[in-house]
Design a protein around this ligand. Structure first.
Ligand SMILES: Nc1ncnc2c1ncn2[C@@H]1O[C@H](COP(=O)(O)OP(=O)(O)OP(=O)(O)O)[C@@H](O)[C@H]1O
Ligand SMILES: [Mg+2]
Length: 329
């Protein structure tokens, strides 16, 4: 749902993506079903950054896994580089898969401790390219330099690095096949603030030099404000608002976006900061409220809000899912 994107530049197109998980309910009850992602549609253009924000459990990581093709959706479809993934031929998939790489939160867990950096960087090339050993080493060393590490680091093991350096190695690995999209799921959340800034700047430099797009997931709004072009706000598996970063941060429209911004510390807050506007508990995704999923916490709730699920609609150039938006904006 990027308004200004012309279709030839669209790298990712998600249409009504949904992911349902069965959840055990105890011995005598049949498993219930939980929608971790529930009808999410968006477009991401080449070279742009779409950030996904929302409280814990709103479906950010699930969406990340769907877009990274690590899991199939339960319904809906995903197009990457104009190829519909569930109908793609083997050769299309072989071309598309390396285009999308993921960087996770915890570089301690995502790097194999038994492999040297050399092997970690060599592996994607050995599997996916015809480069010989020497060419692969050269490419690996060049990539290390690109992410700000030294040649001597090439023959070390992950445990010999700091958290920030490990995340650089994970980023280098993700870049080995020259991807078009990095799905970054809380990729800087575990790092110290100063290291966070370095890694974010690296992400942005790489965007400029390699034309990378990011699906950038973070619960940290200060980080999102720094890096995003567009922001998608999720609530219980659904998009409640999506718009250009400036719109979301300077003039949020959906009551949930307002509450989220008001409850999170930011450097350049134009919106009043309150401790929390989210008084009621987040409902269980197993048992969402009828109609608007935010209705039980919304200060603008009317009876009609419980009657029907609000569609995501274009309102003043943003996408907002609130049936009262024209009255409350
Ligand atoms: N494999 C799974 N099986 C069952 N339920 C799952 C599974 N993965 C996620 N869920 C549920 O789906 C919902 C969304 O989870 P998800 O991890 O995508 O949220 P998130 O926004 O990434 O949260 P966080 O900010 O804590 O990382 C949660 O209710 C979670 O419990
Ligand atoms: Mg997550």
């Amino acid at each position: 749902m990027i308004m200004e994107t012309n279709s030839s530049q669209v790298l990712v197109e998600a249409n009504r993506l949904a992911k349902q998980y069965p959840v055990a309910q105890g011995w005598f009850k049949p498993p219930a079903s939980l929608y971790a992602v529930d009808g999410v549609s968006f477009r991401l253009a080449a070279g742009r950054t779409l950030a996904v924000v929302g409280e814990s459990g709103c479906g950010k990581s699930t969406l990340a896994r769907l877009v990274a093709m690590l899991e199939p959706p339960s319904s809906g479809d995903l197009k990457i580089d104009n190829i519909q993934i569930d109908q793609a031929s083997r050769s299309d998939l072989k071309r598309i898969r390396p285009m999308v790489q993921m960087v996770f939160q915890n570089p301690y867990a995502s790097l194999n401790p038994r492999k040297k950096v050399a092997a970690i960087l060599d592996e994607p090339l050995a599997i996916n390219t015809k480069l010989n050993k020497f060419e692969r080493k050269e490419t690996g060393l060049a990539m290390l330099a690109k992410v700000g590490l030294q040649a001597e680091h090439y023959s070390r093991y992950p445990h010999m690095f700091s958290g920030g350096q490990r995340q650089r190695i994970a980023i280098a690995r993700a870049l080995m096949l020259d991807p078009k999209l990095i799905v970054a799921d809380e990729a800087v959340s575990a790092l110290d603030v100063s290291i966070q800034a370095q890694v974010l700047n690296l992400f942005m430099d790489l965007q400029e030099s390699n034309g990378l797009a990011y699906l950038f997931i973070s619960h940290n709004l200060a980080v999102v404000e720094h890096i995003a072009d567009e922001v998608m706000v999720m609530y219980l598996g659904k998009i409640v608002e999506q718009a250009a970063k400036r719109h979301v941060f300077d003039e949020p429209l959906h009551p949930y976006t307002k509450a989220l911004l008001a409850s999170m510390p930011r450097l350049t807050a134009k919106f009043p900061q309150k401790r929390s506007m989210l008084h009621e508990e987040l409902p269980s995704p197993l048992n969402p409220p009828p109609g608007c999923p935010f209705s039980n916490r919304c200060p603008h709730k009317k009876d009609a809000c419980s009657a029907a699920k609000p569609a995501l609609q274009d309102f003043q150039g943003r996408w907002v899912a609130c049936s009262r938006i024209a009255e409350i904006a």
